[in-house]
Design a protein around this ligand. Structure first.
Ligand SMILES: Cc1cc2nc3c(=O)[nH]c(=O)nc-3n(C[C@H](O)[C@H](O)[C@H](O)COP(=O)(O)O)c2cc1C
Length: 352
């Protein structure tokens, strides 16, 4: 069998050794946004396992932007220093590393999944979330405070500052988290954005914040480094954000310097009905690729080498992101890459 996923992918000056990406996955294991020994072990092990690009989990651009009090952050320089050993260890394995910059908006201040559901009250270390409109995500979530235009501009700048810190920490690239019902997606979707000012209404208004975020991130990142974006290409809810709007917005902003679109879906509101099954989001990646001309990544229940190869060979996407598979089996890439494309640490060579 061919293994197209073993081919390198070049984005700007970044040479990614293969097309298997580690999908961003929150570990809910940080304190004060600082990576610790858990993160170092977790990411280094997947890097040794052979992925081409590690995308570090949602990392908040401000303390209020954390999904939970245990999220990672890049809003201060202490966090930059704490990230450096992790970034270096991943890069030393021959892998490349990006970080997903995020703000949770109305889905902030919630419990890590294994600790509870919904809102963490202020008495337990939580905070009041912010959002484009004062609409709660669900019954057990907080009613968010509506952002003012000045606060929105500050948040776009916070993305830029976090991007600058990411590069300072040694990351090769940044990924803007525009998916899964978090702040940027809340602006984009007509279901969560009911504003009547310049940040709401038509598509130009709803995508204004994303445009500002991309501009700020691009200013902070050198021309040689790529800026990726993760989108939810649809809300899976009638009357919601859909692939047509998503492609139109990407076409508007791509010249600002977006280099790659990681195509996911959903997360905006309860009641969505995604047709979950093997590769169920691949068609969305293909549509976004076709309509924007941007390289895309496909993600979601991609669990076999045949599937990964087929996605790339059919031109649906330029890379595949592996999520839960890598939590179960960090060495899946090394086992599935052709022998001449494996990055086996020399200390382990006698095992192969
Ligand atoms: C534990 C866990 C944490 C996740 N955290 C994030 C995250 O930080 N950012 C994000 O965009 N997606 C996140 N996701 C979604 C994954 O990146 C991925 O899109 C999803 O798991 C589907 O891919 P899979 O079927 O290969 O797991 C998370 C998923 C899991 C299972």
């Amino acid at each position: 069998m061919s293994a197209y996923f073993a081919e390198p992918l070049v984005l700007r000056s970044l040479n990614i050794p293969n097309r298997l990406f580690m999908a961003p996955m929150c570990q809910y294991s940080a304190r004060d946004g600082l990576p610790n020994e858990w993160h170092l072990r977790h990411y280094t092990e997947r890097a040794l396992g052979g992925v081409g690009l590690v995308v570090v989990e949602a990392t908040a651009v401000s303390p209020e932007g954390r999904i939970s009090p245990s999220d990672l952050g890049l809003w201060n320089d202490e966090q930059v220093r704490a990230f450096r050993p992790l970034v270096k260890a991943v890069r030393d394995s021959g892998c490349r590393i990006a970080v997903q910059l995020a703000h949770a908006g109305r889905k902030a201040s919630t419990y890590p999944p294994w600790q509870g559901k919904g809102r963490v009250p202020e008495s337990a270390g939580g905070w009041e979330p912010v959002a484009p409109s004062a609409l709660a995500f669900d019954e057990d979530y907080a009613l968010p405070r509506e952002l003012t235009p000045a606060q929105i501009e500050n948040l776009a700048r916070a993305f830029g500052e976090a991007a600058r810190r990411a590069l300072d920490a040694g990351f090769d690239a940044v990924e803007i988290h525009g998916a899964h019902g978090y702040l940027i997606h809340q602006f984009l979707s007509p279901l969560s954005n009911k504003r009547s000012d310049e940040y709401g209404g038509d598509l130009a208004g709803r995508s204004r914040f994303l445009g500002q975020v991309v501009r700020e991130a691009r200013k902070a990142v050198p021309d040689t480094a790529p800026v990726l974006i993760r989108v939810s290409a649809t809300d899976w809810i009638p009357g919601g954000w859909d692939p047509e709007e998503c492609a139109r917005v990407l076409n508007e902003i791509k010249d600002l310097g977006v280099d790659f679109v990681d195509v996911s879906s959903g997360g905006l509101a309860p009641g969505a009905k995604p047709p979950v099954g093997p590769g169920y989001q691949v068609g969305l990646a293909a549509r976004i690729r076709e309509k924007t001309g941007l390289p895309t990544g496909a993600v979601g229940l991609i669990t076999t080498a045949e599937q990964a190869d087929q996605i790339l060979l059919s031109g649906s996407a330029d890379a595949v992101s592996l999520g839960r598979l890598l939590l179960r089996d960090p060495w899946w890439p090394a086992r599935n890459l052709p022998a001449d494309r494996r990055r086996i640490p020399p200390q382990y060579l006698r095992a192969y």
